[in-house]
Design a protein around this ligand. Structure first.
Ligand code: AMP
Length: 417
């Protein structure tokens, strides 16, 4: 038997239905906030991610799927969505001379060669938004609240937003120096990865999973002590806007995000027990320039759809879990079958979910199947009635049964579903 690759899973049945529910909700939310859909390639030049995500990040050093194509070009399966969107904005010169905020959302698969476990896969799906051309913390707040109310509208309640600021380059440089100074005598007590991070990317030590409970990390200097007045003001403004938008947040100075391109406000959506990060985002005012475009401020988030599926499964709201149809059409002989398929088509073209007996089942088996399919109504056809243009409808909940003209069924069902 050929099996699926390690770290991947088939999205089907309940999980498939939850995925579609998430996809629809994400689309509605993004579009209500005036974001436009964008799809970028699943593979890009490796250089894009090396320059964009950062050479020293875990994602680039350990997790990318790299390959050479037949033309000997170095390619990488995208590990995240932002770099591709930024590449597209630059390549298609979408920035121009504009005053509006350029807003895009995406929903697609990403690839990371991680150690597989529950909620951590090698193929994952992210819903993300990116807003370009506004440097106002108002946009940060809008992006954060989009993600926050989106998660809530999926029925997930037990989570909050952890926010932090990484400040501007000056704040970060000062903070980095203080952190290095503090950690210097303790380097050997840190995990192997953090010992490397000390040299390459010391801020990442703050959100190391392995060193999470290491007492040395509990007393590190905090970024809030090193912020320039402008960085401080931006962070305060963000909090004030979030208060107005009624977003439940807390300040967590250990949030630094795993990717290199962030500055100023960053955040993560974290489940209440803090075991799971549902997603995260931040401002990245220099990434467009780093990738060869103009100076264009930007802010965005990426949410892990696979983790949202797991959370929704935990709380099991009935809607997306239960598969149901509107009408099951029962038929036995050839004449009834023709009426069944044409009536089913009529119903389907009018937005009604209809199914027909396509397996030559007995009447008894058809009644049973209609129950299994959770059909709201049964449409029972018999040749004698059909010749008079009449069919029988049964309400599968009340068990009430009545006859009506065949050409009235569509309108009747539209009004009763
Ligand atoms: P990141 O930008 O790396 O913080 O990723 C954003 C979100 O994507 C995370 O908060 C997770 O919800 C999700 N995510 C990241 N990596 C994985 C993975 N390997 N498997 C499943 N979900 C992931």
């Amino acid at each position: 038997m050929i099996t699926k690759p390690k770290g991947t899973y088939d999205l089907l049945d309940i999980e498939g239905r939850i995925y579609k529910f998430i996809e629809q909700t994400a689309t509605n939310f993004a579009e209500n906030y005036n974001y436009e859909f964008i799809r970028t390639p699943i593979f890009e030049s490796s250089e894009l991610f090396h320059r964009g995500v950062g050479e020293t990040t875990d994602i680039i050093t350990k997790e990318t799927y790299n390959f050479k194509d037949r033309g000997d070009r170095e390619m990488t399966l995208r590990p995240e969505g932002t770099a591709g969107v930024v590449r597209s904005v630059i390549e298609n010169k979408l920035y121009g001379n504009r005053h509006d905020v350029l807003k895009y959302y995406y929903l697609g698969t990403m690839y990371r060669y991680e150690r597989p476990q529950k909620g951590r896969y090698r193929e994952l799906t992210q819903f993300g938004v990116e807003a370009f051309n506004s440097d106002d913390p108002l946009t940060d707040a809008e992006v954060i609240s989009l993600g926050y109310y989106f998660i809530k509208s999926l029925g997930i309640e037990k989570f909050s937003v952890h926010i932090n600021t990484l400040g501007d380059a000056e704040s970060r440089d000062n903070y980095r120096d203080a952190l290095l100074e503090y950690l210097k005598p303790h380097i050997n007590d840190l995990c192997e990865d953090c010992q490397k991070r000390y040299k390459t990317n010391p801020l990442r030590i703050l959100d190391c999973k392995a060193d999470k409970d290491n007492p040395i990390l509990k007393n590190t200097p905090k970024i809030s002590g090193y912020l320039t007045p402008d960085s401080k003001k931006r962070f305060q403004k963000l909090q004030s806007y979030l208060n107005y938008l009624d977003v439940d947040y807390e300040i967590n100075e250990n949030i630094v995000r795993g990717l290199d391109y962030y500055d100023h406000n960053v955040w993560e959506y974290v489940t209440e027990d803090e075991a799971v990060a549902l997603g995260g985002g931040g401002r990245y005012n220099h990434l467009v320039e780093t990738l060869g475009g103009p100076a264009l401020p930007a802010v965005g988030f990426g949410l892990g759809v696979d983790r949202l599926i797991l959370e929704i499964k935990k709380i099991t709201p009935e809607q997306p879990l239960e598969k149901c149809i509107d009408a099951y059409i029962m038929c036995i002989n050839e004449e009834e079958k023709i009426h069944a398929i044409t009536l089913a088509q009529d119903l389907r073209l009018n937005g009604i979910i209809a199914e027909v007996n396509s397996n030559n089942l007995s009447l008894k088996a058809q009644f049973k199947l209609a129950d299994t399919l959770n059909s709201s109504f049964l449409i029972i056809l018999n040749s004698e009635d059909l010749q008079k243009g009449i069919i029988t409808i049964k309400d599968n909940q009340t068990k009430e049964e009545f006859k009506m003209d065949e050409d009235e069924v569509v309108d009747w069902l539209i009004g009763n579903i």
